[in-house]
Design a binder for this molecule. Structure first.
Ligand SMILES: [Zn+2]
Length: 506
């Protein structure tokens, strides 16, 4: 017996090393090496009958390697090609560039109980969004200096599931101090944001056109944009209602009247007096003005159109809630719908769609601006005291698509409004399109699959109950989201580790 065992020893050791080899190379072992992705391949092909590229919709394959798109082939070529690696076949599902949301309040650090980087970026990934640009206010402190930007970056470290860039704040404190602004821009903010009315946050005061003019002249050197909340408080009925009692304060009409279109129009009119500096040969050539969340589709929009035709470097965004809802359908006391500027009437909504379809509105953003449910005053329903902000991040794609279908929205338009133009605004040349050399920021979805957005639906936002979209039936289901080649989300599941990259301008 001993002799037999002795002879078997070399064989046993061979078997042991073979098993050890298998253990090392088993796929599950490799997964633990890359917790950033639900996929353990670094080089793979995504194939689909419907891929949205800048050249239009194609049937073919996208090759991803090392986080980038390295080739794109049409279906015929794919069939001729013999070389293959790992292939993910999405069939008829739509493959699109990841959405880029340039207007998000993640409230981190300081008010992470309102949203926070982890839940906000998980919600984004589940909604096909691969890049967020975080607003400088609602976190504490506001992002208005290199030090406060550092706090943002530290808070984002290993806590973001998609890429996140940051806007800095243009506030009276830094507006007339060119070196302070330069320091903030050199520290990596992608541009600046300012308010022409009170922001609702004490450490983020409003600016006037003199501040904005100064800001633009510094931004010109960096060729970065200024985003402006364009409303100016004019005399209105706004202060009557509080005295008029609780019923008035619960009425949506009261709130609507308190922020009339005139507020937007007055702000834009003033803004355009300095916007001309951005023209070629102007004092601030190289800077760019971007008007956030336009709600008034009449006089305000006409002013913007005129500025564009005069050569001002100016763009404008609107948000899904202005396109999905109208004042007529908002119930009194339902403060989930409170935002500023307010959601206006149905005629205005139709005009916004028209302007978007005709190209006068350049892009869309969520303006996801959550808070804790207590501050939304959902039980009390006081529109005048409730926190203003719509919670929507995870649903902007199905919302735009569901409400846009009757206007004939195409997949290419979705990519333009939600990827290509936002990438340009944020100065992200390697994002915003399925193109060779770009980051492999891609998502896959089924436009025709409907779902009820109710308590059974997996919602990753921190406070689903405050979302205005709850209870709606929407169309468009996200299957998978890739950020720089990492499969960060698939069918309800997120990658174990948060491997998004903080984006800093250089
Ligand atoms: Zn906002």
């Amino acid at each position: 017996m001993e002799v037999v065992l002795w002879r078997l020893l070399p064989l046993l050791s061979l078997l042991a090393s073979f098993l050890f080899f298998l253990y090392l190379h088993h796929p599950s072992k490799q997964v633990s090496h890359n917790e950033c992705s639900l996929l353990f391949f670094n080089h793979f092909w995504i194939i689909s009958k419907r891929i949205v590229t800048p050249q239009g919709l194609i049937s073919g394959a996208v090759e991803v390697k090392g986080g980038n798109i390295i080739s794109i082939v049409m279906e015929e070529e794919w069939h001729r090609n013999s070389k293959r690696g790992h292939v993910i076949d999405y069939g008829e599902a739509v493959v699109m560039p990841g959405l880029i949301d340039v207007h998000v309040h993640l409230d981190d650090p300081g008010r992470a109980e309102w949203e926070g980087f982890p839940s906000g970026t998980k919600a984004a990934a589940a909604g096909g969004i691969t890049t967020l640009i975080d607003m400088p206010l609602n976190s504490d402190p506001s992002t208005v200096s290199p030090d406060t930007l550092k706090l943002k970056i530290a808070a984002a470290e290993k806590r973001i599931y998609v890429d996140v860039g940051f806007w800095g704040g243009l506030v009276p404190e830094n507006a007339f101090n060119a070196s302070a602004l330069e320091a903030l821009l050199s520290a990596g903010v992608l541009g600046l944001k300012s308010f022409m009315c009170p922001s609702g946050i004490n450490d983020f005061p409003m600016t006037n056109t003199s501040h904005i003019k100064e800001g633009l002249s510094v931004l010109a050197k960096y060729r970065r944009p200024l985003l402006v909340h364009a409303e100016i408080q004019e005399d209105s009925d706004s202060n009557l209602q509080v005295e008029n009692g609780r019923d008035e304060a619960r009425s949506y009409l009261t709130y609507l009247k308190s922020r009339p279109p005139l507020w937007e129009e007055a702000a834009i009119r003033e803004l355009l007096t300095v916007a001309k500096d951005t023209r070629i040969g102007g004092l601030a050539e190289g800077a760019h003005l971007h008007i956030v969340h336009l709600s008034d589709a009449s006089s305000s929009l006409d002013l913007i159109k005129k500025a564009k035709s005069s050569g001002d470097s100016i763009t404008v965004e609107t948000c899904p809630h202005y396109l999905a809802f109208s004042a007529e359908e908002i119930q009194d006391g339902d403060t989930r719908f409170k935002c500023a500027p307010p959601i206006r009437d149905a005629t205005n909504k139709e005009k916004l769609w028209e302007a978007l379809m005709e190209g006068h509105i350049d892009m869309l953003s969520s303006d996801h601006s959550p808070t804790i449910p207590e501050l939304k005053l959902l039980n009390d329903g006081n529109f005048l005291r409730a926190w203003g902000g719509i919670s929507s991040l995870q649903f902007v794609l199905p919302v735009t698509w569901s409400y846009g279908r009757k206007y004939g929205v195409t997949l290419e338009q979705l990519a333009l409004w939600w990827s290509e133009r936002p990438a340009k605004l944020a100065g992200q040349d390697s994002k915003g399109a399925i193109a060779i050399g770009n980051h492999a920021d891609i998502f896959v979805w089924q436009p025709d699959v409907e779902f009820d957005l109710n308590a059974d639906h997996p919602i990753h936002l921190k406070h689903p109950s405050i979302s205005a979209y709850l209870g709606k039936r929407l169309s468009g289901k996200v299957l998978a989201t890739f950020v720089r080649g990492n499969l960060v989300y698939e069918e309800g599941k997120h990658a174990p580790a948060a491997c998004g990259t903080p984006i800093l301008a250089t």
